[in-house]
Design a binder for this molecule. Structure first.
Ligand code: CA
Length: 648
């Protein structure tokens, strides 16, 4: 199923003392210029002759030496790189990646070697470093190397505006569980504005240059490196790659990277083009390879989740039976049993709960804390996922009772040892046929392709906040009109569900209301991408909402063969078309205060009459039909905080 071919078609070595080299995308439009001046290495990016990134710094600060200066360019090598492969758990089931590559080799007077490799496809620039020592005097010279940080910068021209999400300072807010990528994007801000927590910005970082957009992120990060982010903006330098704060992970573990030479870093990615390019990009997957074989045929699907609206007290036997029955009635594959199941249901009753679910055609996913000692989150079970011995015992038990997946929550930050914990959990879980969802966590960086049992991550200010506070509920439409362009464009996202309760409460009368329409919520099942997708329904929804809403969710796939950007603007509105097999699903969301009239361009549906779910003028859900004309055009109106769904 997973076929990967990496072809090195052309390899030309050019030796010499070149001070400036360029590499162009296959279509010639995207150009990277790498320069070596006064011993320092820089790069710049241009699209169709216009500056995307001005001269930006490159280099690493390491324990063997400062590889940001005193460098002489000694060699360049050019290659053409192709990768044609299939995948199951992202926005597309197949990718054809073609790029031109240049590897620039530099040395300093201590014979230390820094290489930087750029790959330039028609839509993306990616780069990574390798470091080595030429002719080490002793074998030990290759060991115990520390990487203290990077000079790598992104120096945008004046006038660029930003769509950025702040990196949380460690220890702020609840239970010392930050940073966990649960902050809010600010649209269209100037570059010079300071970040909210004085800790820069988490990936992905989006920038606007008129009609051209740029998305900066990273991919291929394993336990061999830390997760990085962008610093605050500095005039003349731009944004610089920043390492984790030393207070992350409760202050334990190194903020630096430890490695053995020769060593290669993860990729930094720069996706450039119109919004369509960002939304449809597969660059996070194009640059990585699967790291182990799946031990079983992992099943995508949909899950019910009592915790979102009914909260902690619902994690008891009787309520979980209700949500298993709900999953069964909806034809969903999974029910997620959240925190406190070990005390409120009891370990000894879990085999019986799994057996009951199986009789209803439903598999269970169970919640765990990642702890450990690195935060104060009290939820249990704890200390089951933090050491190899504990994981082995727990996962063996999970497999024996028939649990199919785990959700692991409350990680400690982006230090190398924490990234290693994610990887260890995934690797161990695969031995026991368990899929893994992470919450309270870092951005996944190519993991859908790298780890076959990895499913999805939160790493977003997610649906739980719609429950927690009314201001967060007010922001839901904005958030879900932002993420298809940035957060969910580089990685799968467990937003935590289509919500159909009118009030965020068990009685569906008390507490604040949901601010979005039902059709908005249904459409978010298309616009949010996660291979195991949450529908945060409550049992009362079965009798309270129109049958066509439930029928849509029953037939909604969670995996996609193709994704097309149809229309939209970050934070304002979005219309996406996704294909599953030969069926197209079109979802649209409107975060604006006024109704939005659009003429959609849907050539793949030309001449067809589609089922059309739409809010009427009062915001009430209706089902009708819509004819797409012979040219593939369809006129729609999307209600404020409302949505549209078009299906064949
Ligand atoms: Ca969370």
């Amino acid at each position: 199923m997973r076929k990967s071919i990496l072809l090195m078609i052309l390899a030309i070595a050019i030796c010499g003392q070149a001070k400036e080299v360029t590499v162009k995308s296959p279509n010639g439009a995207l150009v990277v210029t790498v320069s070596n001046k006064d011993g320092r290495l820089t790069y710049g990016v241009a699209l169709n002759g216009e500056t995307v990134l001005r001269e930006s710094a490159l280099g690493l600060r390491t324990s063997i030496g400062d590889l940001t200066q005193g460098l002489t360019m000694t060699d360049t090598k050019e290659n053409r790189v192709e990768a044609h492969y299939d995948m199951q758990k992202t926005k597309a089931s197949h990718s054809d990646y073609v790029a031109n590559e240049i590897t620039v080799t530099l040395k300093n007077d201590k014979k230390q070697v820094l290489q930087v490799t750029f790959r330039v496809s028609n839509d993306d620039v990616a780069f990574r470093y390798s470091i080595a020592v030429e002719h080490p005097e002793r074998e030990a010279d290759l060991n115990r190397t520390l990487i203290y940080g990077e000079a790598s910068s992104f120096n945008f021209p004046e006038g660029t505006t930003t769509y950025l999400c702040p990196m949380a300072a460690p220890g702020i807010l609840w239970a010392h569980a930050r940073p966990s990528y649960e902050e809010v994007y600010t649209p269209d801000a100037p570059m010079a504005v300071k970040s909210q927590f004085d800790h820069g910005y988490s990936f992905p970082c989006m920038f606007r240059q008129g009609d051209r957009w740029v998305l900066v992120s990273e991919t291929g990060t394993t336990g061999a490196y830390c997760g990085t982010h962008l610093s605050d903006y500095e005039a003349g330098k731009g944004y610089t790659i920043a390492f984790p704060d030393e207070q992350e992970n409760g202050g334990f573990g190194s903020a630096f990277v430890g490695c053995q030479l020769p060593f290669t870093t993860p990729w930094r990615t720069i996706t450039v083009g119109p919004l369509k390019t960002l939304v449809e990009s597969t660059t996070a997957y194009d640059l990585v390879e699967p790291l182990f074989e799946a031990s079983t045929d992992y099943k995508p699907g949909r899950y019910t989740w009592s915790w979102l609206v009914w909260q902690d007290e619902s994690v008891n036997w009787d309520d979980q039976i209700l949500f298993i029955n709900l999953a069964s009635e909806m034809g969903f594959e999974y029910c997620l049993v959240d925190n406190w199941w070990d005390t409120q249901i009891g370990r000894d009753r879990m085999p019986e709960l799994v057996r009951y679910a199986n009789t209803k055609g439903v598999d269970l996913l169970l919640w765990y804390s990642s702890n450990g000692f690195w935060n104060d989150a009290p939820q249990t079970p704890r200390n089951c996922m933090n050491t190899a011995i504990a994981r082995e015992r727990e996962m063996k038990w999970l497999k024996s009772i028939g649990v199919k997946g785990i959700k692991v929550d409350f990680f400690g930050g982006d230090k190398q040892e924490t990234i290693g914990l994610y990887e260890d959990i995934l690797s161990d879980a695969n031995r026991y046929g368990l899929q893994v969802i992470f919450h309270g966590c870092t951005l996944p960086r190519g993991w859908e392709r790298m780890y076959p049992n990895y499913v999805s991550s939160e790493a977003v200010m997610a649906s739980e906040n719609v429950y927690f506070t009314e201001p967060d509920a007010e922001r839901e439409a904005f958030d879900l009109c932002m993420h298809p362009f940035c957060r969910n464009a580089v990685a799968t996202m467990d937003w935590g569900g289509v919500i159909l309760n009118r009030h965020l409460s068990r009685d569906n009368k008390s507490r604040h209301t949901r601010k979005t329409t039902d059709i908005f919520e249904l459409a978010s099942g298309i616009t949010n991408q996660s291979a195991i997708q949450c529908a945060a329904l409550c049992p009362n929804n079965l009798t309270e909402v129109p049958k066509f809403e439930l029928d849509f969710l029953r037939s909604l796939p969670s995996t996609w063969d193709e994704t097309r950007f149809i229309d939209g603007f970050p934070g304002k509105y979005v219309v996406l078309a996704r294909r599953h097999g030969d069926q197209w699903y079109v979802g649209g969301l409107n975060a604006l205060k006024e109704p939005l009239k659009l003429t959609l361009d849907l050539p793949m549906l030309a001449g067809k009459t589609l089922d059309y779910l739409v809010d009427d003028k009062q915001g009430q859900p209706t089902k009708t039909t819509l004819k797409v004309d012979k040219q593939g055009r369809a006129k729609v109106t999307i209600h404020p905080n409302g949505g549209i769904v078009l299906t064949e």
